[in-house]
Design a protein around this ligand. Structure first.
Ligand code: SF4
Length: 616
C-alpha cells in the first residue's frame, strides 16, 4: 500500500503556539511532502527546517553533522543498520495526531491501553508523525506519540541497551527528544516529559523536560542551524571513544587528520601518536566487471542480475559491489541504473578493449564547496607548485625503489642519478622545472625497466626498450598503457566519490576529455600499482606471448590477455600493505581512496599538507 507522509507545519502565521497548532493542523498550513525533503535546502520556497535527527548528530559531533547534513555523506555501520531496523518496526504506520483541543481520535491507530488501570483516560498511540515548526526552525518524524486529551508524550526508539550512566541516556538522545517535545508543544500539546525506549534491553527511560534541558536544546538548535550554513569542516574529536562507533569514521579520518596537522611534512619521520585504524583494512565491496558481450545487467530487489539470451549468468548483492564496470557491448536496465545511482555505486563504461569512456553516478553528494576549493587551488600557483612537487617526488621515489628492488643486475648509476634528481625536486621553484626533472627520472627508469622483467616465453624481439604509446608498439608497452587506463578509471571513481571534479587538474592542465585531476592523483601510484602488476604478470607467466596481437606497428592485448592482466591488476589493488604514513594495514585500493580523501581535505584546508605515498 502506498504510504503518504505528511509534514505538519506550524509557525506560518503570527500566533501563539497553541493557536498556531490549531491552524497548522486544520488549515492549508498543512503541507504534504516526503519527510526526507523536509529541510532540503534546494527548494526555493521550502522553509529551511533542520531535521531533529540531525540535531542528535550535531550534539554527538559537529564534524559528523557537517559531513552528513552539509555534504550529504552517509555510510552504514552495524549501529546504523540496527538503528534503522529499530525504527522500521515503529514506522509501519503514518498518522496525524488527534486534535489536542477536541481529542478526536478517529484518524489515529488505537492500541490496547498502556496504563496501569488506575482510571486515567485511555491514551491514543500515534506512530510516525512528522511535525515541523518554522518558529523553532526544525522538523522531525516522531516514532510514536502517546496522547491523552491535550497531553502528549513522545517515545523515541533507540538501538542497543540502556546506557549505564546516572541519566540512563545520552545527551544527544535527550536533546533530540526534548526537540520533539518542543514541536508537540508548538502544535498545541502540553508536554513535560518524553520516553526513550532501548530495544536492546527492552527498557523505557523517562526523560523529564526540565527548563535546563529545554534551554540547552534551544541553544543546540541555534548552533546547528548556524553550522548548517558553514562551509568549514569542523575539527575532528581528539582521541574520542565516540569515533569508534561513528559510522563516518572512515570518511572523517579523525586520527589521520590530526596526525597530518602535527607532523612535519616528511613521511619518513614519526612523532604523531598511534593512529587507530578506524578505516576498514579491506573493502568488502569490490568492482564488478561485466565483460560478456551482449550481456544485460538488471536488478531483482537488492541484487544485480546479469543475463544473456534469457540465461542468467550471475547474481551479485548490491552491497558487495563498489563499482559496476561495463566493458563493451553490455547493456543495463533503467531500474538497475536507478538502484546504483541511489546506492552511490558508480557505473563505469569501458570499450571492449577496456578504454575508459565515462561514468554514470548519482547525485548524493552536495559537493559545491569541495569543487570550489579545487578550482581555487588550481588557480593558485603556490599550491599547484606544492602539489606538483609532492606527487612527482613520490612517483620518482617509487620508480627508484622499484628498480632498486627488482632490477637484475642493479643499475647502480641510474639509481644514484635518480637520487640526485629527487634531491633537486625538493627545491624546484617552478612547474616547468618539475616537468624537466620528471622527464629525467622517467627516462632513467624506463631505460632500465627491462632489467626487472624475466619473461618466461617472450621472444627477444619483444624486449622493452622505451616507453611508447598511441599505439603501444610492444607487449610491455601494451600492458603499461592498459594498466594506466585502468588506474585512471580507479582514480576518477575515487575523486568523484569525494565530490571533486576529475577533469580539472592542478599539475595536469585541463584538456577536453582528459581527466586531469585523476592523472594527478595516479602519478604516485603508477609504479606502485601498474608497473608492479606488469612485472608480476610477465614474470609469473600470467600473460604470455600468445596474449598479444600485432597490427602494423601496434601491439595489442587479446581478450584473454586483458582478462589475465586484469587479474594481476586487481590482485595488486587488493593486496594488504602497511600504510606508509599511518602505519596500519589496508589494501592498495584503500590507500588510493584515502589519498583522494586527503587530497580533498588538503584542498579545503582541513589538513595543511598533501603527502605523496612512497614505499621504502
Ligand atoms: S569519527 Fe569522530 S570526529 Fe569524525 S565525525 Fe565521527 S565522531 Fe566526529
Amino acid at each position: 500500500m502506498p504510504v503518504v507522509c505528511r509534514v505538519l507545519l506550524s509557525g506560518l502565521q503570527n500566533h501563539s503556539p497553541r493557536r498556531g497548532a490549531m491552524d497548522s493542523i486544520a488549515t492549508p498550513a498543512t503541507i504534504v511532502a516526503p519527510p526526507e525533503l523536509a529541510g532540503d535546502r534546494s527548494g526555493e520556497d521550502a522553509p529551511d527546517l533542520l531535521p531533529v535527527r540531525m540535531l542528535n548528530e550535531f550534539v554527538y559531533c559537529p564534524r559528523l553533522f557537517h559531513l552528513m547534513y552539509v555534504e550529504g555523506r552517509w555510510e552504514d555501520n552495524v549501529y546504523t543498520i540496527e538503528g534503522k531496523d529499530a525504527h522500521r518496526r515503529v514506522d509501519k504506520l503514518d498518522h496525524v495526531l488527534p486534535d489536542p483541543e477536541t481529542a478526536d481520535v478517529k484518524e489515529s491507530a488505537k492500541e490496547p491501553p498502556d496504563t496501569d488501570g488506575g482510571g486515567d483516560e485511555r491514551p491514543t498511540i500515534t506512530r510516525s508523525v512528522t511535525l515541523g515548526s518554522t518558529r523553532l526552525g526544525i522538523v522531525a518524524r516522531l516514532d510514536l506519540v502517546s496522547t491523552a486529551g491535550d497531553e502528549a508524550v513522545p517515545v523515541d526508539t533507540k538501538r542497543g541497551r540502556v546506557p549505564n550512566n546516572p541519566e540512563r541516556s545520552w545527551e544527544p538522545e535527550r536533546v533530540q527528544l526534548m526537540a520533539q517535545g518542543l514541536l508537540l508543544r508548538e502544535h498545541g500539546y502540553r508536554c513535560d516529559h518524553g520516553v526513550l525506549y532501548y530495544e536492546g534491553s527492552k527498557t523505557r527511560v523517562d526523560v523529564p523536560f526540565t527548563p535546563e534541558l529545554e534551554a540547552r536544546t534551544l541553544r543546540y538548535i541555534e548552533a546547528a542551524r548556524t553550522a548548517a550554513r558553514s562551509t568549514v569542516l569542523p575539527d575532528p574529536l581528539e582521541d574520542s571513544p565516540k569515533c569508534s562507533g561513528c559510522s563516518l569514521n572512515a570518511i572523517c579520518l579523525p586520527d589521520e587528520t590530526l596526525a597530518l596537522r602535527h607532523v612535519p611534512p616528511d613521511p619518513t619521520t614519526t612523532g604523531h601518536p598511534p593512529i587507530r585504524r578506524l578505516y576498514p583494512a579491506r573493502d568488502e565491496a569490490l568492482p564488478l566487471y561485466v565483460q560478456e558481450q551482449g550481456a544485460m545487467v538488471g536488478k531483482r530487489g537488492e541484487m544485480l542480475v546479469i543475463e544473456k539470451a534469457g540465461e542468467e549468468l550471475a547474481r551479485v548483492r548490491l552491497r558487495d559491489v563498489s563499482q559496476l564496470v561495463l566493458c563493451g557491448r553490455v547493456g543495463i536496465t533503467a531500474a538497475a541504473i536507478h538502484l546504483l545511482c541511489e546506492a552511490a555505486v558508480p557505473i563505469v563504461h569501458l570499450s571492449a578493449g577496456h578504454w575508459f569512456y565515462g561514468i554514470t553516478h548519482g547525485i548524493t553528494l552536495r559537493n559545491a564547496f569541495d569543487r570550489a576549493a579545487q578550482f581555487r587551488a588550481a588557480a593558485d600557483p603556490g599550491r599547484v607548485l606544492e602539489f606538483a612537487r609532492a606527487i612527482i617526488a613520490a612517483k620518482g621515489a617509487n620508480q627508484r625503489t622499484l628498480l632498486n628492488r627488482n632490477a637484475q643486475p642493479k643499475p647502480a648509476g641510474a639509481i644514484e642519478r635518480m637520487a640526485t634528481f629527487l634531491r633537486k625536486l625538493e627545491h624546484a621553484s617552478s612547474v616547468d622545472e618539475i616537468l624537466g626533472l620528471e622527464g629525467n627520472l622517467a627516462s632513467l627508469y624506463f631505460q632500465n625497466f627491462s632489467a626487472m622483467l624475466r619473461p618466461r616465453d617472450f621472444d627477444a624481439e619483444w624486449a622493452f626498450q622505451e616507453r611508447n604509446r598511441r599505439p603501444p608498439r610492444d607487449p610491455v608497452n601494451a600492458l603499461l598503457s592498459f594498466g594506466y587506463a585502468l588506474l585512471t578509471k580507479e582514480c576518477t571513481v575515487a575523486l568523484l566519490a569525494e565530490g571533486l571534479d576529475p577533469w580539472w587538474g592542478l599539475f595536469h592542465q585541463p584538456r577536453h576529455g582528459r581527466p586531469a585531476l585523476a592523472l594527478d592523483l595516479m602519478e604516485e601510484f603508477r609504479p606502485l600499482i601498474v608497473d608492479s602488476a606488469v612485472i608480476t604478470a610477465v614474470n609469473t607467466g600470467m600473460v604470455t606471448a600468445g596474449d598479444f596481437l600485432r597490427s602494423g606497428a601496434a601491439c595489442v592485448l587479446t581478450a584473454s590477455g586483458r582478462k589475465a592482466f586484469l587479474k594481476a591488476y586487481e590482485a595488486r589493488l587488493n593486496q594488504l600493505v602497511t600504510h606508509p604514513v599511518f602505519d596500519y594495514r589496508c589494501s592498495w585500493r584503500q590507500v588510493i581512496r584515502l589519498q583522494a580523501r586527503l587530497l580533498s581535505r588538503w584542498l579545503r584546508g582541513d589538513v595543511p599538507v598533501y603527502l605523496g605515498i612512497t614505499t621504502r
